[in-house]
Design a protein around this ligand. Structure first.
Ligand code: SF4
Ligand code: SF4
Length: 385
């Protein structure tokens, strides 16, 4: 799905101790590190000060509606999959103040909120997440309108990708052709290898900045054995996907099944809680809220993430046009896997599995697609994603 941006440079290896040097090099270049850390019983993305903040020796167990942390037998830094957060929280903030206004001597003074874009180094970005960022790039940067906040944050970002050698119970990136190996869209890509007593990273740069940062580390030329070890781990991960989604003809399948009985069945389970859209790395719906304080002197306009699962989201004069859980789930899933292709020329799903794990009632997009396919009466021509 991603187009290669630059030629990927030759691989090198560095010892695990050098990961802290990498962090320090990025900090000296003015980056605020953000990445995986344990909070509230989950691996979330937050500010990092050093490698001690990483979830060292922890992994995550995931199933539909189920997430638990568990201890690993080793001290892997990136031995987990993906958690409830995605990188959109840094590039497309959940709440953004657009302007503030106040009343001064009978005059309304409006002040646009032009906050300076932070300079983030995103640490530990998975291949499916690189694809999700590329999808949001299409939406916010390559369409008719550019989102200036996203643009500034995106241009400032340095991306350290980590190839997946562990897969989760709800992952299906292989079905979506989005992983487990990062192929483009990063500044640096690392594969963590723990092989007996050796703990090292196979690294490659994907940009000029990435090559400059890599040059500051103590590293060695990769050996054929190390290269093979990294390759074997990724191949093993690809074979252990927790889920699969048959994307053959999924576009036509969903469009011709807008009235199938399965939507009612899902509606009987769906709580319209919005979790699936909040955790999804590609969902980007938002709303704008205006507020005033009790004195009537101060007002503010804020942009908030929103969800197509709320009744208000499709409210137009006279009422909501998607007033049932059935219509809202159908809209979401059909948009993700079909209408997104009409709008943006790509699937809206990268197979990260978050919507399955974080659905409180365990609704599984891969299972629902399978059920719709099983009940499909038509054998019309198909179109793969
Ligand atoms: S599918 Fe699950 S996560 Fe999404 S709105 Fe329904 S209950 Fe919530
Ligand atoms: S629809 Fe679900 S599996 Fe697909 S990208 Fe969004 S959260 Fe991940």
């Amino acid at each position: 799905m991603l187009e290669p941006v630059v030629e990927i440079e030759q691989q090198v290896t560095f010892k695990q101790e050098q990961l802290q040097t990498l962090f320090t090099v990025l900090q000296k270049r003015g980056y605020q590190l953000v990445g995986p850390t344990i909070r509230d019983g989950a691996i979330t993305y937050d500010e990092l000060n050093s490698t001690a903040d990483l979830p060292v020796g922890w992994t995550d167990e995931q199933e539909a509606g189920y997430y638990r942390l568990a201890r690993r037998k080793d001290a892997a830094y990136f031995g987990y999959v993906v958690g409830p957060h995605s990188w959109k929280k840094f590039l497309y903030p959940p709440v953004l103040s657009l302007w503030k206004a106040n009343l001064q001597k009978g005059e309304v003074i409006v002040a646009p909120q032009a906050a300076q874009a932070p300079k983030y180094a995103l640490i530990g970005v998975r291949s499916c997440e690189l694809h999700a960022i590329a999808i949001q790039d299409k939406i916010f940067l390559q369409g008719e309108y550019t989102d200036p906040v996203y643009k500034a944050r995106r241009e400032n970002a340095f991306i350290v990708a980590v190839n997946c050698v562990t897969t989760g119970g709800t992952c299906f990136c292989v079905s979506m052709k989005t992983g487990p190996k990062a192929t483009s869209g990063f500044d640096l890509a690392l594969t963590e290898v723990i092989d007996g007593k050796r703990h090292y990273f196979v690294a490659e740069s994907g940009s000029k900045q990435g090559a400059e940062v890599l040059a500051e580390l103590t590293k060695q030329q990769v050996t054929a054995e190390e290269q093979q070890a990294a390759k074997d781990l990724m191949e093993k991960a690809a074979k252990k996907m927790g889920r699969q989604l048959d994307t053959t003809g999924i576009y036509e399948l969903l469009y011709r099944n807008v009235e199938c009985a399965r939507w009612e069945d899902i509606a009987g389970r769906c709580l319209t809680c919005t979790n699936c859209t909040m955790v999804c790395p590609t969902c980007f719906c938002m709303t704008v809220l205006d507020t005033t304080d009790l004195t009537g002197q101060n007002a503010e306009r804020k942009r908030h993430w929103d969800s197509c699962f709320t009744l208000d989201f499709s409210y137009i004069h006279g009422g909501s046009i998607r007033n049932s859980p059935k219509s809202r789930y159908r809209q979401w899933m059909t948009h993700k896997l079909a209408a997104w292709q009409d709008q943006f020329g790509t699937s809206g799903c990268v197979g990260c599995g978050r919507c399955i794990t974080w659905c409180p009632v365990g609704i599984d997009i891969t299972e629902e697609a399978r059920a719709i396919r099983a009940g499909d009466k038509s054998d019309k021509a198909t179109k793969a994603i």
